[in-house]
Ligand binder design. Structure first.
Ligand SMILES: Nc1ncnc2c1ncn2[C@@H]1O[C@H](COP(=O)(O)OP(=O)(O)OP(=O)(O)O)[C@@H](O)[C@H]1O
Ligand SMILES: [Mg+2]
Length: 493
C-alpha cells in the first residue's frame, strides 16, 4: 500500500512530527498501525475523550483510571518514555493555540528525537503547526482512490444493493460508469462510497441523471467557501443587447466544443475585456446559456485574498473541480485581481498564473474558459499572448442601436409595454451610458413614477437620464486609453 510505504519512508528519514490532515481518521489509523508494525514500534492513540491507549497488541502502558485525557499530562508522559513509540494525536489542534507549555513539550520531544525516536502524528481535519514546530515536521496527504479503486467501490455497492433485492442487477451503461468514475476523482473513499450508495439506492440504477447530483454534492464537500460557485442562473442571449460578434463566434463553435468526434480544434476560451458595467459578466452567463452548459464562477480576487499561503492549492482544487464538472463553462471573474504582477506579493500571483497556464495547456477535459477584466494595465502579458485563449473580445460602450435594445430588454423585463416609449429619443440622450447605467435609469424611473402615482413614461426616463452622469464622463481618459489599447489587440464583441 502506497500510504504505508511513503509514511515509513518519512519516518525512516527521522522526522519526529508528522501532520496528516484528513477526515478519514480510521483509515489513517489503519495505515499508521501497519507502519508501526513494520517499524516494530508500538502505536498509541490519544484523543481528549478517550485519553491515551495502545492500539497494537500488548499491555496498556497507562494504568486504568489515569487515561491522560489532558493534553499536557499526556505529552509529559510521552516525554518520559524511554521506549520509542508512535503516537497518533487525534484532534489536538485546538490545544496548539496559545498554549506555550504544550508547544514547548512537543518541541522537547522533537528535539530529543535523536536519543529516543518517538514519532508524533497529528491527525486532524485541518491543522497548522506553530512556527516553533514546523521545522521538525512533515505533512502527508493520504492517497485518494484511483480509477480502479473507485470502480471497486461501485461494484461493491452494486453487489450489496443486488444482494438485498433478490439478485436484481443495478442498471447502468459503460459511458455513464466512465463519467461517474471520472467525476468521483479527488474525493476520499468514504465520500465516494456514500455518494455511489445514494445514487444506487435512489432508483436501482446509475444513469445520466445521477451525474449532476453527484457533482453538486462533490461541490459542497470540497467547500470552496465563496471562491468557486455553481451559478444556477445562466442567461439567454436574447437578454443581452449587442455583442453580436461574440454571439456569432460562439454559435459557430458550439459543435466543435460539444462533439467529441469533431475534426476542428476544441475551443479553449475567451477573454472579455471592457468598460465597467458593459455586460461582461452578463455575457459570461450567456455563453453557458447558449451552449447549454453548467456555469462555474471563480472569484479570482477572493481566491487570492482568502487563503494566504494556500492560494495555489486552492486554485488547483478549483481547477480539478472544473475538470470534474466537465463539460462546463469556467468563468474567471475579474481575473486581474489575482493574476496581476504587482511584484510585492512574494510571487503568489506569478505562481497562480503559472498554475492556470499549465492547467490550460495540459487539460483534456471540456472546460471552456470565459475570463473577464476591466483593467488592461494589470493583465499579465502571458495570458494575453496569442494561442493561450482563442480570442480577446473588447466590450465597448453600447452604440445607438444597442442602447435601444438594452432599453427594450430591461423595460420588457419589468413588464413595461414597449410601444409606449420613444426608444429613439432615449437612445440619443444616453450616449456614453453603459448597459448597467441604462438599467439603473429604468430602475430609478420606476421608483419616481411609483412615488408620483403615475405609470413610467419616456419623460420620466429622460428626467432620470439628465440626472445621471455616466462613468464614461468621469473616466473619459481611462476609457480612451482602453480603446486605444484594444484597437489592435482585440476584436469588438
Ligand atoms: N449589453 C447589455 N445588455 C443588457 N443588459 C446589460 C448589458 N450590459 C449591462 N447590462 C445590465 O447591467 C448589469 C451589470 O452588467 P455586468 O455586471 O454584466 O457588467 P460588467 O461588464 O461585468 O461590469 P464590471 O466590469 O463592473 O464587472 C447586467 O446585469 C445587466 O442587467
Ligand atoms: Mg463583472
Amino acid at each position: 500500500m502506497q500510504d504505508v510505504d511513503e509514511i515509513k519512508l518519512l519516518l525512516d528519514s527521522r522526522i519526529p512530527l508528522l501532520v496528516i490532515e484528513t477526515y478519514e481518521e480510521k483509515k489513517a489509523l489503519d495505515v499508521l498501525l501497519k507502519v508501526a508494525n513494520k517499524h516494530s514500534k508500538d502505536l498509541h492513540r490519544w484523543s481528549v475523550t478517550d485519553g491515551l491507549s495502545r492500539l497494537n497488541f500488548g499491555p496498556q502502558l497507562v494504568p486504568k483510571g489515569t487515561e491522560l485525557n489532558e493534553a499536557e499530562e499526556m505529552l509529559r508522559h510521552i516525554k518520559q518514555q524511554m521506549q520509542p513509540g508512535m503516537y497518533a494525536l487525534c484532534d489536538i489542534h485546538p490545544f496548539l493555540i496559545d498554549q506555550p507549555q504544550i508547544v514547548r513539550l512537543l518541541k522537547d520531544i522533537a528535539l530529543n528525537h535523536f536519543a529516543i525516536p518517538h514519532t508524533l502524528v497529528f491527525l486532524s481535519h485541518q491543522l497548522r503547526l506553530p512556527a516553533e514546530l514546523s521545522r521538525y515536521s512533515a505533512s502527508y496527504a493520504l492517497t485518494l482512490p484511483d480509477d480502479d479503486k473507485i470502480m471497486e467501490i461501485i461494484r461493491d455497492e452494486a453487489k450489496d444493493w443486488s444482494d438485498r433485492h433478490m439478485g436484481a442487477r443495478v442498471k447502468t451503461d459503460n459511458i455513464t460508469l466512465k463519467k461517474l468514475v471520472n467525476n468521483l476523482q479527488g474525493m476520499n473513499a468514504s465520500d465516494v462510497r456514500r455518494l455511489v450508495r445514494g445514487a444506487i439506492w435512489n432508483d436501482g440504477s446509475l444513469n445520466e441523471d445521477d451525474l449532476p447530483r453527484i457533482n453538486k454534492a462533490k461541490f459542497a464537500l470540497l467547500d470552496m467557501e465563496g471562491v468557486v460557485s455553481f451559478e444556477q442562473q445562466t442567461e439567454d442571449f436574447s437578454n443581452v443587447g449587442g455583442l453580436h460578434n461574440l454571439k456569432r463566434w460562439l454559435l459557430t463553435r458550439r459543435e466543435a466544443f460539444s462533439d467529441d468526434d469533431s475534426k476542428l480544434d476544441r475551443p479553449k476560451g475567451i477573454l472579455l475585456l471592457g468598460v465597467q458595467g458593459s455586460g461582461k459578466s452578463l455575457a459570461a452567463k450567456a455563453v453557458a446559456g447558449l451552449w447549454g452548459l453548467p456555469l462555474m464562477r471563480m472569484d479570482v480576487g477572493a481566491l487570492y485574498n482568502k487563503f494566504h499561503g494556500e492560494t495555489e492549492r486552492n486554485l488547483r482544487e478549483a481547477l480539478k473541480l472544473a475538470d470534474a464538472m466537465s463539460p462546463c463553462v469556467l468563468w474567471l471573474d475579474e481575473i486581474e485581481k489575482g493574476m496581476a504582477q504587482d511584484g510585492n506579493d512574494n510571487g503568489v500571483s506569478q505562481r497562480l498564473l503559472g498554475t492556470l497556464l499549465t492547467w490550460m495547456a495540459e487539460r483534456r477535459t471540456r472546460v471552456f474558459i470565459v475570463a473577464t477584466s476591466n483593467d488592461i494595465s494589470r493583465l499579465p502579458p502571458e495570458l494575453i499572448r496569442k494561442g493561450r485563449l482563442d480570442e480577446i473580445f473588447f466590450v465597448d460602450l453600447p452604440g445607438p442601436e444597442v442602447r435601444k435594445d438594452i432599453f427594450a430588454i430591461h423595460l420588457r423585463k419589468r413588464g413595461c409595454p414597449l410601444p409606449g416609449f420613444d426608444l429613439e429619443k432615449l437612445s440619443l440622450t444616453t450616449q456614453g451610458f453603459s448597459g448597467s447605467e441604462i438599467e439603473q435609469v429604468i430602475i430609478a424611473a420606476l421608483y419616481s413614477a411609483s412615488a408620483e402615482g403615475k405609470p413610467i413614461s419616456t419623460d420620466i426616463l429622460l428626467h432620470e437620464i439628465a440626472a445621471t452622469s455616466p462613468l464614461s464622463v468621469v473616466m473619459a481618459e481611462q476609457i480612451a486609453q482602453l480603446r486605444v489599447w484594444a484597437e489592435d489587440r482585440t476584436i469588438p464583441a
